[in-house]
Design a protein around this ligand. Structure first.
Ligand code: NAP
Ligand code: MG
Length: 401
């Protein structure tokens, strides 16, 4: 069989534990037999990051800037126990955080739907994609415990002179707590650009929600910047493509989401996105059916599975036990990146292959062949779940058909 040629380079970022094992299986059985790919490989295995003082992570991000499309395996973000486990020089930062900061990107998470797993919300028939602003607010706050009576103020001192701004937050007459948060116009603008870019790219509506009725300066700024970005750069394109930009209050958005059919991007502020993405993911079924893409406002794309390295399964695998870990989100990370590469290169056969691989994966699950996580929630339940390798083999034979 003649292999399909992928014209330009894809940045491949390898990772850790169970996802690293599945990564190789997916490449060996579902990609390499069919595709002639030129991969720019970066190994972000925790020991490689340690060996290079994390330079390898920064190099991988630079490579995505150069080639525009990358695909990433899940990686360990070390904590104290990992430092001991791998004898690390230090507690290296999250690679995802480093790459996201270097690409100035926004993460979009979307669920993969199959007919035999019904979402917990009956009306949801199409994916709800969540875009989370990943800068500032309560994640970069200053907090104080207030011991007793006193006055709390916020003060802004301009760097180049000018008038000092000052406001009373509260006159405390007893103990309490105090918090200062901020955000940046530039970061909100990047977030808005990434959301409009993604929604337009996927041809789905964009919903955005804040609480500007209560937060008349802070949240209102988010609304203003989104609205300005829309009017300046997107209104025409959206109208031509029959897409809607819809702004509403966060509580109204939540109520509408629960009654919607899905099929839109919901752009959320940092905290809303943190909370809502976990709710939406669990209502759609399994974390192993959730894909994620990092979109930068400069047009770089990095695809990955939303889940981690599945450490618990990896230890079972190392002990020689049969594992039934679900590789679906990893497969879709690859198809997402192949579709984007094919689209940028103008190679429809690559896009077509990626779609066939997605269809084969979904058909395999819908035919009752699935891993343990899915078997627990599928209707009807399969007689028994299959192992990771058997599942991938079943997809490969479906794909060959
Ligand atoms: P995790 O790897 O997402 O796994 C949590 C649990 O979710 C698993 O134990 C498993 O549940 C289930 N699960 C996740 N993916 C699955 C799959 N593909 N198939 C079947 N079940 C799946 O999270 P974690 O165990 O908390 O984190 C492990 C490591 O991953 C950590 O070192 C963390 O730093 C890293 N991490 C990396 C990323 C990333 O690179 N994007 C994201 C998150 C976490 P059961 O055990 O009940 O079967
Ligand atoms: Mg969360």
């Amino acid at each position: 069989m003649r292999k399909i040629k992928v014209e330009n380079k894809i940045v491949e970022i390898d990772g850790d534990e169970m996802t690293r094992i599945m990564w190789k299986m997916v490449k060996d059985k579902l990609l390499n037999p069919f595709l002639d790919m030129d991969l720019e490989y970066y190994d972000l295995h925790i020991s490689k990051r340690d060996e290079t003082d994390d330079q390898i992570t920064r190099d991988a991000a630079e490579a995505i800037k150069k080639y525009r499309v990358g695909v990433k395996c899940a990686t360990i973000t070390p904590d104290k126990s990992r430092v001991d486990e791998y004898n690390l020089k230090q507690m290296w930062k999250s690679p995802n955080g480093t790459i996201r900061a270097m690409l100035d990107g926004t993460v979009f998470r979307s669920p993969i739907l199959v007919k035999n797993v019904r979402p917990a919300v009956r009306t949801w028939t199409r994916p709800i994609v969540i875009g989370r602003h990943a800068y500032g607010d309560v994640y970069k706050n200053a907090e104080l415990a207030i011991p007793g009576p006193g006055k709390a103020e916020i003060i802004f001192t301009p760097a180049n002179g000018g008038e000092i701004q000052r406001m009373t937050v509260q006159e405390f007459d007893g103990p309490g707590v105090l918090q200062g948060i901020h955000n940046l116009d530039s970061s909100i603008r990047s977030f808005a650009k990434a959301c409009f870019t993604f929604a337009y790219d996927q041809k789905i509506d964009l919903w955005f929600s804040v609480k500007d009725t209560i937060s008349k300066t802070y949240d209102a700024r988010f609304k203003e910047i989104f609205s300005d970005e829309y009017e300046q750069n997107w209104r025409e394109k959206f109208e031509e493509a029959n897409l809607t930009y819809f702004f509403t209050l966060i509580d109204d958005a939540v109520a509408r989401v629960m009654k919607s059919e899905g099929g839109f991007l919901w752009a959320c502020k940092n905290y809303d996105g943190d909370v809502m993405s976990d709710m939406v993911a669990s209502a759609f079924g399994s974390l192993a059916m959730m894909t994620s893409v990092l979109v930068s406002p400069h047009g770089y794309f990095e695809y990955e599975a939303a889940h981690g390295t599945v450490q618990r399964h990896y230890y079972k695998y190392l002990a020689g036990e049969k594992t039934s870990t679900n590789p679906t989100a990893i497969i879709f990370a690859w198809t997402g990146c192949l579709k984007k590469r094919g689209e940028l290169d103008g190679t429809p056969d690559v896009v077509e292959f990626a779609k066939k691989l997605e269809e084969s994966t979904i058909k395999t699950i819908e035919s009752g062949i699935m891993t343990g996580d899915m078997a627990r929630i599928a209707e009807p339940k399969p007689e028994s779940p299959v192992g990771t390798e058997e599942f991938i083999d079943a997809i490969a034979s479906q794909l060959k058909r």
